[in-house]
Design a protein around this ligand. Structure first.
Ligand code: HEM
Length: 260
């Protein structure tokens, strides 16, 4: 047996809110296609009716969940904006410059240390937040503006345009977010998905590799550090260099060979 350190990166509340929003968002995109593409609705009217009803119900869940999260943890909201709206450092610019070569060849490109949220991640997640807010405002305006409190035709046209525009923006950023967040491909393979759909913990090695500045602060502080005893073979997997996108080195000491 061996001891491995993990850092608690996301709270249970954050994970519940994120998972609900993620499922709701994907459902809204699929059901929204039946509104966005009229031939699709015409091909299957019963399914289209079902999709239109669920689009409204799930839309309410999509809007209420972040509000529920904010009420449950006002400090979490402050921390969220704090980590996203911070001044960009030279390392942040360097990360963005190297991002494409890194994605194409993670074994060869060395990335600079990063804060809690990488610079590119700050931009991409920011677009998800802005897109989500715009979809919520325009969606509610279209729903309520055509039912309980009628809005002028011009306003409805603008709202329809915004809803369509941000649908396309969301498709781009949600697909990219799932591609990276699901951790199926290098350099994010090996546990990224557990950050939101698991226990919210990241191994010390993985944290140091992806978010070096943040990981060192957390390890020094110790407040969010969780030590687990794991079988030796799990320790090897958690510390495998292969999941870092670098060649495994059989002679390296475990402490020098990070990763999930
Ligand atoms: C359905 C598949 C999805 C997967 C696999 C996924 C995965 C992840 C992962 C792993 C993280 C943590 C990143 C980190 O700790 O650095 C994350 C964070 C985040 N995701 Fe997703 N996500 C999904 C869908 C969505 C959707 C649809 C949205 C928004 C509409 C979204 C918005 C966010 C935001 C804003 C964060 C940052 C949360 C924070 O740092 O507190 N995600 N996601």
């Amino acid at each position: 047996m061996a001891k491995v350190r993990f850092i608690q990166r996301h709270s249970l509340l954050t994970r519940i809110v994120h998972c609900t929003i993620a499922v709701a968002c994907v459902w809204l995109m699929i059901s929204g296609l039946f509104v966005f593409i009229p031939p699709l609705a015409a091909a299957s009217p019963d399914l289209a009716r079902f999709m239109k009803i669920t689009h409204r119900i799930v839309g309410v869940i999509f809007i209420c969940m972040p509000i529920f999260g904010a009420v449950g943890s006002p400090g979490g909201v402050k921390a969220f904006f704090g980590k996203y709206l911070r001044k960009w450092t030279p390392e942040d610019f360097e990360f963005l410059k190297k991002f494409v070569p890194y994605m194409l060849s993670p074994k060869k490109v060395h990335m600079p240390d990063q804060d809690e949220v990488k610079s590119g991640q700050r931009f991409a997640d920011g677009m998800l937040v802005i897109g989500g807010v715009m979809m919520a405002i325009s969606g509610m305006a279209l729903w309520l503006g055509t039912t309980v409190c009628p809005l002028p035709a011009g306003v409805l046209t603008v709202m329809r345009f915004l809803h369509d525009l941000f649908f396309l923006v969301m498709v781009v950023f949600v697909v990219a977010h799932i591609f990276l967040g699901a951790g199926i491909f290098q350099p994010y393979r090996g546990g990224t998905v557990k950050l939101m759909f698991g226990n919210g913990q990241v191994s010390e090695a993985n944290a140091l590799y992806h978010w070096g500045f943040w990981a060192r602060e957390e390890l020094e502080d110790g407040k969010n550090v969780v030590v687990k005893t794991v079988p030796d073979e799990d320790r090897k997997r958690i510390s495998s260099k292969a999941s870092l996108g670098t060649e495994p080195d059989a002679t390296a000491k475990l402490e020098e060979a990070p990763q999930d």
